[in-house]
Design a protein around this ligand. Structure first.
Ligand SMILES: [Zn+2]
Length: 218
């Protein structure tokens, strides 16, 4: 799953406005931000296997440290504790943890049964929505659109950056999603990792930037 995670982040900003949209982006994508680093370090592995699902050509052969349920919960707890330590608000920290953890459950909806319960566990979860291109697009588009609608309804731009920056960000996410879905196969695992890291950095930076140029509606 890709832009569906961002739908959760936009909705979370509406629910807990004190947290920056950029921080919500980090939360919803946290395990996908660590995953490319672990690929580059050889800690986790992915293979390019065209046709393995209708939607995604990736065979997630080994990623227990980012994408097992237990480790996702550990990352969630870690980010929640760091936020609480730095900002001191338990409610916001709790929602941040929930958003990090939501990544695993949304991934479980679309992936083949390749998400382990815990490192070393042979139990793998995945409900395989990626076997249907239409089903995948509908679910992700609905999640994303609902999140963006909640965010737009709860905030207003205080300048041009807030107005056009938001739509540039939304457009970038949609274009990135469509080109990942309909574009050519990634040439190598290294490319997947570097594109993932760069995309994560750009979207996170844009999240912090847009957040500073939009106010909550009172
Ligand atoms: Zn993921």
């Amino acid at each position: 799953m890709f832009i569906g995670h961002f739908g959760v982040a936009f909705a979370a900003k509406r629910a807990v406005p004190a947290v920056s949209l950029g921080t919500w982006f980090v939360a919803c994508e946290l395990i996908d931000l660590v995953w490319p680093l672990f690929l580059l370090l050889g800690i986790e592995h992915v293979a390019i296997a065209p046709g393995i699902t209708a939607f995604s050509p990736l065979d997630f052969t080994h990623y227990p440290w980012t994408h097992s349920l237990v480790m996702c919960a550990v990352w969630a707890l870690g980010m929640a504790l760091i936020y609480q330590y730095r900002r001191g608000t338990r409610f916001a920290a709790t929602v941040i943890g929930a958003v990090v953890l939501s990544h695993w459950f949304l991934d479980a909806l679309v992936h083949r049964p390749d998400l382990p319960l815990a490192p070393g566990s042979d139990v793998k979860i995945g409900f395989g929505l990626w076997n249907s291109i239409a089903g995948t697009l509908i679910v992700e588009a609905l999640l994303f659109a609902a999140g963006v609608a909640l965010y737009v309804g709860g905030t207003r731009a205080n300048d041009g950056s807030g107005r056009y920056g938001l739509w540039a960000l939304v457009g970038l996410l949609v274009v990135a999603y469509v080109s990942a879905a309909a574009g050519p196969l990634p040439p190598s695992v290294g490319t997947i990792a570097w594109v993932g890291l760069a995309g994560g950095l750009v979207t996170t930076a844009m999240g912090y930037w847009v957040d500073r140029h939009r106010l909550m509606r009172s």
